[in-house]
Design a protein around this ligand. Structure first.
Ligand code: NAG
Ligand code: NAG
Ligand code: NAG
Length: 485
């Protein structure tokens, strides 16, 4: 199968050499400026590239190593078969191509941070899922993933009916020097910007971008530099009217309103009783004056009538509300207008009006990727189900002797990083195999789970203890006590 697809691709590439040729190499941020990649709202390419640059280690010789494991499908990355040859030829011995950024792919919604996924939840336009980063990756021993090549590419516009092919005319190789430039943005001296990046930065504009993307170091500056020439209108700065990456002729539904809403943050967090806690911030005054409410839903697909809980924001631009809904993967907060009717005044509460904004789904991985079990081809992950702490073991298929090796190993559940005593535990070999359907796309791994009876709360941690040869071999980051993503 693979061989035939490969040969077919090869022949196609030979006969359509021009189709397979990429357009060139991007050596600097400057080179991104006149390209399409990620330039118009709601496309996410620039966020994706920024995220990658910050999750890749580059040594002095320009060798690149990933901070995550693509074979485990971390962050939703998946193998890309290189059909129909958008990118130069894949030589089987030299590595495999992976594609990052498909927002519909299993895993990406739960692990890529909100600054990358935000537009995907809040734009109904198909443009929001076109950009991709392609990596050529080689696995060295001990789970080291070396990146030989990086490309940016994009799907054809949905209205051209070109299927899922990538557009070679908009495919570029990314030089390691471009990734280095993105990495260094947070520490750059602003006086140096004109010299290095060949642009004058309007400081009001940069500030307005910082207001939105300031929690992600370097992103505002990247957007300011890349979008500066392509759309000078981007920088018509009016109070609260941030015409960020919108392009009027691209048919923005309502740029002013969407940009204003970009500051809104809606999150699901954990109470100390394993229930969902709604946190909101950045609600513009315009909306507070009208009256808005936060509404909790089972997931992004549930229709607006099947809410689980709700609360008025009570005129507060930021705040929180503890629900009585057990925490589960997929939960989502939506912001709605609050409609007051005559029955409101009789004390029956208000009704839900038009939807304004959505947060991301709360997911299993909760933006945390599994941690490696030291010295073994396996990893450990903490997740929540029905408000209880649960653990997942990823065992590499090639690690066939794992049951023998882990015969006396156990996973302990701890209430915080500091405690020595576990609250509950289970033998590693007693974990049950997770139903294949969800995980079918991780070909190299078997996945096992254990659902404990311990209530999830902030700080909870699981540790993997290899009894005989002694001691702890892995511990997850404490639940919700992690760097903001
Ligand atoms: C969320 O739901 C909206 C509306 O149904 C849809 O347009 C969007 O693609 C969904 N996003 C995800 C991540 O499923
Ligand atoms: C990558 O960038 C470096 C430094 O800017 C340059 O010397 C090199 O030729 C570039 N490589 C390619 C393939 O363009
Ligand atoms: C809501 O939950 C948080 C986290 O458990 C807790 O600190 C806070 O006191 C709770 N607030 C209320 C009003 O119960």
């Amino acid at each position: 199968m693979v061989g035939r697809g490969f040969l077919g691709c090869f022949i196609l590439c030979l006969s359509l050499a021009s189709v397979c040729a990429i357009k060139g190499t991007l050596n600097s941020i400057d080179d991104l400026r006149d390209k399409e990649f990620g330039h118009t709202s709601p496309r996410h390419g620039l966020m994706l590239l920024h995220w990658l640059a910050n999750n890749i280690h580059i040594d002095n010789n320009g060798n690149m190593r990933l901070n995550f494991n693509p074979t485990r499908r971390d962050y939703g990355i998946h193998l890309y078969g290189n059909r129909p040859c958008s990118i130069p030829f894949l030589l089987p011995e030299s590595g495999r191509y992976y594609s990052l950024g498909n927002m519909n792919s299993f895993g990406s919604m739960n692990a890529l941070p909100y600054y990358v996924t935000q537009r995907f939840y809040n734009s109904r336009r198909p443009e929001n899922n076109r950009d991709r980063v392609i990596l050529r990756v080689r696995e060295e021993e001990s789970n080291q993933f070396i990146v030989d090549e990086v490309y940016v590419t994009q799907h054809y516009p949905p209205n051209q009916y070109r299927g899922s092919a990538y557009d070679p005319d908009n495919t570029y190789r990314v030089n390691v020097s471009l990734l280095r430039q993105i990495q260094s943005l947070p520490t750059i001296d602003q006086i140096e910007i004109p010299r290095i990046y060949n642009v004058e930065i309007n400081h009001n504009s940069l500030q307005s971008l910082e207001n939105i993307w300031g929690h992600t170091p370097g992103l505002a500056l990247l957007l300011a530099i890349v979008l500066y020439f392509t759309r000078p209108k981007t920088f018509l700065f009016k109070e609260q009217s941030l015409r960020l990456t919108s392009q009027p002729q691209s048919g923005m539904d309502n740029p002013r309103v969407e940009d204003d809403n970009t500051l809104i943050k809606l999150e699901v967090k954990t109470t100390d009783r394993g229930k969902a806690r709604i946190i909101w911030s950045g609600i513009p005054k315009r909306l507070l004056d009208q009256g808005v409410m936060v509404v909790l839903h089972r997931n992004n697909n549930s229709d607006s009538k099947s809410e689980l809980d709700r609360s008025s924001v009570g005129g507060q631009a930021s705040g929180s509300y503890n629900t009585s809904v057990p925490l589960n993967p997929g939960l989502q907060v939506r912001l709605h207008k609050e409609v007051n009717n005559w029955w409101t005044y009789l004390g029956f509460g208000s009704t839900i009006g038009e939807e304004i904004w959505r947060g991301s789904e709360f997911h299993n991985a909760n933006r945390e990727i599994p941690v490696d079990i030291n010295g073994h081809d396996a990893s450990l992950q903490l997740f929540v189900k029905d408000g209880k702490a649960c653990a997942r073991l990823y065992v590499k298929k090639s690690f066939t002797a794992w049951k023998k090796m882990f015969i006396n190993s156990w996973v302990g559940f701890y209430s915080s990083e500091g405690t020595l005593d576990h609250k509950t535990w289970q033998w590693a070999v007693k974990f049950s195999e997770e139903s294949r359907s969800d995980w079918a796309d991780i070909p190299g791994y078997d996945v096992y789970v254990y659902e404990s009876s311990m209530t999830m709360s902030p700080g909870v941690q699981v540790r993997f203890i290899l009894e005989k040869s002694g001691g702890e071999k892995a511990r997850t980051p404490p639940w919700e006590r992690l760097v903001q993503g």
